[in-house]
Design a protein around this ligand. Sequence first.
Ligand code: ADP
Ligand code: MG
Length: 232
Amino acid sequence: MSFADVLARARAEGRTLLSEVEAKDVLREAGVPVTLTTLATSADEAVTQSEAAGYPVVLKVVSPDIAHKSDAGGVKLNLKTADEVRAAHAAILKSCSEAVPGAKITGVAVQHMAPQGTEVIVGMTTDAQFGPVMMFGLGGIMVEVLKDVSFRLVPLADRDAGQMIDEIKGRPVLSGVRGQPASDIAALKSTILKVSEFVAQHPEVQELDLNPVFAYPDGAIAVDARIIVSAS
Ligand code: ADP
Ligand code: MG
């Protein structure tokens, strides 16, 4: 589905939060590397889609009322068999309806489990004064606790992406430390620039988070995507 179609559907349903499946579809179309992710509306569909995705798989809740899926018990990783998928599907529905009473649950997102990489975050927020601003940082504790992030106004020039990466304090991590492999900086730059182009082309996008992107010695891929659009 195109961005225009996804936007029209979200607005028709009174949603500003795109689903992970929708967000990844529009980002893939924009050339951003994301894990192929499909929506299952039953346990049987989740199994069929898991077989198509290839085990091991990840299942996640899809709900317009749940933005942070892990917090609600809505993410199950490393599922290796149809039985594990069925059990995870039931567990996700149960814990999410307990964690967020009354939440509308659209279904479950199914995707292949990507190999662990170095976690980074690529995001965009809309500043009241400056408009869209891109953000880059290392994932997990680095961004949450240390606020080790860099910012640039959209649209970015080519060299801005490289500077954003070089400015973070944790930059040496991306060159490889303590036996960890180096990350593909060119792939990260390209991801930042593609996201910047995407948000520049779509002013309806208010917020965007790829958290995390897994960076590898060769390539990078977003395993989670969250997009918030304006209500009208
Ligand atoms: P949340 O809404 O809680 O941010 P995420 O989609 O980011 O949910 O999933 C939580 C964590 O699970 C991620 O930070 C990542 O470590 C892991 N994860 C999610 N999807 C995948 C995947 N396709 N492959 C490997 N790990 C994944
Ligand atoms: Mg996430």
